[in-house]
Unconditional design. Structure first.
Length: 85
């Protein structure tokens, strides 16, 4: 299992557009990707669950990746977060 933390810098947090992009990115990998905020977590491939976390600018999330391509997925997702969130 790989994980990293990230503090959201996008002005409106993980709202509809970036959440949709994140779901699309997460579904590229065979690994399970989970986002956790303040003890609540959601699978990154499920849009409504992801938006239900209510992640806002300044919130710190933990991203965990577990599966056969976790190394590649974690690296690419970290880049995705820096570029989009």
């Amino acid at each position: 299992m790989k994980s990293f933390t990230y503090t959201i810098t996008d002005e409106v947090g993980i709202h509809a557009r970036p959440a949709g992009l994140l779901v699309k990115e997460a579904k590229k990998y065979g690994s399970v990707v989970r986002i956790e905020k303040e003890g609540k977590s959601a699978e990154a491939g499920k849009l409504m669950a992801l938006m239900g976390l209510g992640v806002k600018k300044g919130d710190t999330v933990t991203v965990t990746v577990e599966g056969e391509d976790e190394e590649t997925a974690a690296e690419n997702l970290e880049i995705f977060f820096k570029n989009h969130l």
